[in-house]
Design a protein around this ligand. Structure first.
Ligand code: LMR
Length: 397
């Protein structure tokens, strides 16, 4: 039965880390997968997460199932975090947040739901985007189209072409936007561009689907939500997929959330009830540990402050690394101007390196970045920045 099955290609991101782990070279550098590394190259658990875990362990009395959509309190706390107090109040019972296994789990629930009830909706994905967006769309047997987003020559946003492409969307289509820290480019919309997109979606009666995996990694927890808050204030029907892998460092706990907004409570309850059916036949109910950590930290004012402090440190380190990388590349006499890296946001930078240069870095210098040229800025530290910069200058020469 299985004799005709061919091996699948390795995952473009996680497959690279598998390759990296097998690499025996001692000076290897992993700038591929989007996992934060500190100045020692480690991915430490947040102190506040460790403290929360101790408390949870001491008070744990059950391993019983969570509800299909997770705990109500988790949902309310995350809704506030994502939408902010004002919109949460304004939208009242027309917005609901549920607990999912990671942002990927949230995206898959959305797509399974669309596949069942709105099969003709086309998903519009930015070019480029996180490769898993297309993969999940395909897995749910939905159609997708791409819209221009990044100008590869100028290393910046291609807003005119983005608008041009999105002028073709139809009523009921879904436009997938990155809430902040666009993955893979690090290039975000400014507030007036968010406003324009928001009006366009409203005009076209399209559904905004916002992937919000990096809240707090760009400019701050509230600052990073400004764009999506503009969207949901105008667009009664909107969907947001959050991940707590990066901003709580809870990668392996698989904790995320799905926020659905509708024009009326009864519509929202109907949609959520159908999403519950999708969840039940997929993973049944969410894993508890990560969700309990997020719930505890967000509900306790002292822990919440500690979390914000640690998140600020991470954000500032990434900003410093961006500046340092640009300076080092100049120091090693780069013939190319990389100063655009400084204006990008979050964990990633679209370096402008082509596939040949990426492969040369991997093969000859043991430096792993994604084929698209995406660099994980958080993997840079004072021990590897010289070798990295020198190697980049060498492959572009
Ligand atoms: C990434 O883009 O590297 C991260 O979001 C990890 C992943 O799952 O791909």
């Amino acid at each position: 039965m299985f004799e005709n099955i061919k091996s699948a290609d390795p995952d473009p991101i996680l497959g690279l880390t598998e390759k990296f782990n097998l690499d025996q070279r001692l000076n290897k550098i992993n700038l591929s997968v989007g996992v934060y590394q500190d100045s020692y190259g480690e991915t430490p658990t947040f102190d506040v997460v460790r403290n929360a875990e101790k408390l949870l362990l001491n008070n744990a009395s059950t391993k019983s199932y969570k509800p299909i959509i997770g705990d109500e309190e988790f949902g309310l706390l995350v809704k506030n975090l994502v939408l902010g107090k004002i919109i949460t109040k304004q939208r009242g019972n027309t917005a609901k947040t549920i607990h999912t296994p990671g942002g990927t789990g949230a995206l898959r629930v959305v797509m399974d739901y669309f596949s069942k009830f709105h099969k003709d909706s086309v998903f519009w994905i930015s070019k480029p985007s996180w490769p898993n967006h297309k993969q999940i769309t395909n897995a749910s047997n939905l159609n997708f189209n791409e819209y221009s987003y990044f100008n590869f020559e100028e290393n910046g946003l291609d807003f005119n072409n983005m608008l041009n492409d999105l002028s073709r969307i139809k009523r009921g289509d879904v436009v997938l936007l990155h809430g902040c820290c666009h993955n893979p480019t690090g290039v975000d919309l400014n507030q007036s561009q968010w406003e324009t997109i928001s009006d366009l979606l409203l005009d076209k009666k399209a559904i905004p689907l916002i992937d919000f995996a990096y809240q707090g990694f760009g400019d701050g927890i509230n600052e990073d939500s400004e764009g999506l808050r503009k969207i949901v204030q105008k667009n009664q029907e909107s969907i947001i997929c959050s991940s707590f892998s990066k901003n709580f460092g809870l990668y392996s706990e698989r904790v995320g959330a799905l926020t659905v907004l509708c024009s009326e409570n009864i519509l929202l309850e109907n949609v959520i009830s159908q999403m519950k059916v999708c969840i039940r036949s997929n993973y049944s109910n969410p894993p508890s540990h990560g969700g309990d950590i997020v719930k505890l930290i967000l509900s306790d004012s002292t822990m919440r402050k500690e979390w914000e402090k640690e998140l600020n440190q991470i954000r500032n380190r990434m900003k410093n690394m961006r500046n340092d990388l640009v300076l080092k590349l100049q120091k090693f006499n780069s013939k190319k101007d990389f100063s655009f890296i400084k204006s990008q946001r979050g964990m990633f930078s679209m370096s402008g390196l082509n596939l040949e240069q990426v492969k040369e870095l991997r093969e000859n210098y043991a430096i792993y970045i994604v084929d698209s040229g995406r660099i994980n800025i958080a993997g840079i530290n004072s021990n590897n920045i010289d070798r990295l910069s020198e190697s980049i200058v060498s492959v572009i020469s």
